[in-house]
Ligand binder design. Sequence first.
Ligand SMILES: NC(=O)c1ccc[n+]([C@@H]2O[C@H](COP(=O)([O-])OP(=O)(O)OC[C@H]3O[C@@H](n4cnc5c(N)ncnc54)[C@H](OP(=O)(O)O)[C@@H]3O)[C@@H](O)[C@H]2O)c1
Length: 342
Amino acid sequence: MKAIIIPEHGGVEVLRYDSDYPTPSPEKGEVLIKVSATGLNRVDTFVRMGYPGIEITLPHIPGGDIAGTVAEIGSGVEGVEIGSRVMVYSLLTCGECIFCLEGKRNLCLNWECIGMQKKGGYAEYAVAPAENIIPLPDSVSFEDAAACSIAGLTAYHGIKTVGELQNGQSFFIWGGSGGLGTLAIQIAKHLGATVYTTGSSDEKVEIMRNLGADHAFNRLTQDVPAEIRKTAPIGLDLIMDYVGPETFTTSWELLKKGGTMLLCGILTGRETNLNIQFTYLRHLSIKGLNLGTMDELKELLDLVADGTLKPYIGERFPLEEAAEAQKMMEENRHIGKIILKP
Ligand SMILES: NC(=O)c1ccc[n+]([C@@H]2O[C@H](COP(=O)([O-])OP(=O)(O)OC[C@H]3O[C@@H](n4cnc5c(N)ncnc54)[C@H](OP(=O)(O)O)[C@@H]3O)[C@@H](O)[C@H]2O)c1
């Protein structure tokens, strides 16, 4: 099969296209999926470079956003038909730890993720546990499904479940122009919030406004905190910050008293400074999150199926051009989601 291999960690130049990689066979409880669309995620670039604290077995096939058709069924799998349209929930859980036993599988102590610890979807075929596949409604395209499974799920879980964003509250995200951000804007609007966001060009700002952002700013030409303060003088209720040290302090100072910061990424580094006194005097909270639950992914899919949310697919690349696609992402030249087509 066709596949993109990471033989060693490094820059985009290490990504190797192989037109004759062995097609995997589904083991007990697994299905083989013929991939129709794979979404690119920032995490793929971290996996390629070597993800801090997470062991990636090389050679590796990246990619956790997988949508396609079931091509083969492993032993013991019931209720799945060859040829059915599916997407993959990429989080693998042990089913045995205290969190799994309490039904909180997304907090699993022994979690793994397809595309990280397990080989993923930058390929013509990929395997996944049958319990991780979700049937696709006819109205949801493979591309839209692939756009949702990691970035969309994280935005949905973060904003709705962890951040508990309420109708009438304010929400801010840096990079509303990216894969996660373009869905975060729509999810926050759907929940009734006033949405603030940023992008790095006027074209991106225009697109974010069209997606529903009430206040979108060009972070390279505008003073973002000053612009936000014009309409939110006492600050914002909920901020999702995946950028890290470059934006953390600004985000923290933009929170309203009692506000909440959601952390879910390390785009510019892993550590930052926190003013403890500012934090307790202003009753601020930080909540971390990683992905979300399979039920939340199904809820998100329903919102896409009924047209409430529309993933923004900005770029499509053939599989063999994955290195160019990752380069575009690392240089922030893309808008919305980048899709690879095997
Ligand atoms: N924890 C989880 O479960 C989880 C799941 C999914 C994603 N994530 C994280 O979420 C982040 C976004 O992922 P993604 O796949 O949506 O990536 P993406 O499509 O590349 O979007 C990221 C956006 O961030 C903006 N940005 C880059 N550097 C910035 C800076 N210094 N200041 C402000 N904005 C900046 C860029 O937009 P502009 O250039 O237009 O500003 C870029 O498009 C990543 O850090 C990823 O690892 C975490």
